[in-house]
Design a protein around this ligand. Structure first.
Ligand code: HAM
Length: 417
């Protein structure tokens, strides 16, 4: 039996000493994405199941195998969001984004996928994502990659590998689809069960298969993007030209199709050497999403980065963890009157924005000094009942151990210096 303090597999608690790194990453996202005109959106962590079934595609691994789905009291099927795009687009489908008005939003929050837990792979993980909905233009796809790369540099995770590819648009894919089917058909019996069912239903998913027996056949597949009709090839060339003109380093990876079926045109994935097998720190691309109750697709371009993986990459890059805040002053109380005085003083100092620490009950001098050390307090004020009468107490500077007398009325000013 698991200990009660252990959360379910693939989830985790984030303690105060770790939260500072999370905040640093989240705040950098807020700062960088606002420079590109993105505003923060917060959507529910669960949606009607059809939002994901229709939005991500019934054939995707996520929809087929990984969703946490349950019924509400009224018998409606609900699902914990496995990713952010579908829910955000569901929200924007009630706005002018569906009529082609450019709408820029970003989100930060937990996502849920029933995957086998491993290092860097969780069942509850967190994404920071960006969606630019409404308009279609190669420059917007390129700009999305620029925003992501600026954000990664800002949090100390430069040195990533950027792979890009194109999925074209459905009307330009036919010759490529035929060529892929022709390539896989003669060898399909030696491929995995999933690939066998994908051949007719969605041949692109074969390119994303991770089974060892399928790898050689996937590696030998024709470069599908080269067979797309001209408009899709032109679109992709423009994206690549913009990135090249801005000195962005990337590799065109013809097998990159991404795991979700809503993608059209540009797709991209970023990996980082600092991670193990789960080395994708972010992924995204342009999409056309079909949602229940809306008769036209919602278009956009965006990406999501996995926060847990960003933090792992940051650590691997030697970024120092953000320190936990230490008290500006620790109030040592020697006697009941001093404790009552210090309690009041601590409240006053805190209201003035100063982090003051004080015990809840009478403790020995030694134990209080130990606490001050443990919390790494900058200063210690030692107040005894006698000092109270004189209105003066001892102030110890912890960095050099020096001690001097200070008027109790001057403590606030001293802490603010
Ligand atoms: P995704 O590639 O499925 O794309 O996920 C994006 C990132 O989330 C991954 O690169 C990875 O860092 C992180 N991630 C995914 N699954 C897990 C997991 N089980 N444990 C830990 N981290 C994970 C999407 O979700 C798309 N919605 C991205 C997008 C936005 N495309 C367009 N707009």
């Amino acid at each position: 039996m698991s200990r009660i303090s252990t959360p379910p597999p693939g989830t985790g608690d984030i303690f105060p000493d770790e939260v500072n790194a999370w905040l640093a990453v989240e705040n950098a996202a807020r700062r960088v994405f606002s420079l590109y005109g993105y505003g923060e959106i917060r959507t529910p962590v669960f949606e009607y199941t059809e939002v994901f079934q229709r939005g991500l595609g019934d054939e995707t691994e996520v929809v087929k195998k990984e969703m946490y789905t349950f019924e509400d009291r009224g018998g409606r099927s609900l699902t914990l969001r496995p990713e952010g795009t579908a829910g955000v687009m569901r929200a924007l489908s009630g706005t002018d984004a569906v009529n082609g008005v450019e709408t820029r939003v970003f989100y930060i929050g937990p996502m849920f996928r029933g995957e086998k837990p491993a290092a860097g792979r969780r069942r509850q993980f967190h994404q920071i994502g960006v969606e630019n909905a409404g308009r279609v233009a190669p420059a917007l796809d390129a700009e999305c990659i620029l925003a992501l790369s600026q954000f990664l540099e800002e949090i100390g995770v430069g040195g990533f590998n950027l792979m890009i590819n194109t999925r074209g648009v459905p009307e330009d894919r036919k010759p490529a689809e035929d060529a892929l089917r022709e390539h896989f058909k003669p060898v399909i019996d030696s491929m995995c069960e999933d690939c066998r069912s994908r051949l007719e239903r969605n041949v692109w998913r074969i390119l994303d298969c991770k089974q060892p027996e399928c790898q050689a056949h996937i590696a030998a597949a024709p470069d599908a993007a080269a067979l797309f009709a001209q408009p899709s090839r032109d679109y992709f060339n423009q994206v690549c030209d913009i990135l090249t003109s801005l000195d962005v380093k990337f590799t065109v990876e013809p097998r990159l199709v991404r795991g979700l079926d809503y993608y059209v045109h540009t797709v991209f994935e970023l990996t980082h050497e600092g991670l193990g097998a789960q080395n994708a720190i972010a992924g995204g691309g342009r999409y056309e999403l079909n949602l229940p109750g809306i008769n036209k697709p919602v278009r956009g371009v965006g990406f999501a980065a996995g926060v847990e993986r960003l933090l792992m990459a940051r650590e691997a890059m030697g970024v120092k963890p953000e320190p936990v805040r230490a008290p500006e002053i620790y109030l040592v109380s020697l006697g009941a009157k001093a404790l009552a005085f210090n309690w009041k003083l601590a409240y006053e100092l805190r209201r003035a924005g100063i982090y003051a620490a004080v015990e809840a009950e009478e403790k020995s001098m030694k134990s209080q000094m130990r606490s001050a050390d443990r919390l790494k307090a900058a200063k210690v004020l030692i107040v005894g009942d006698a000092e109270l009468e004189g209105g003066v107490a001892d102030l110890k500077q912890m960095s050099d151990g020096s001690q001097r007398k200070i008027a109790l009325s001057a403590v606030k000013e001293e802490c603010m210096r």
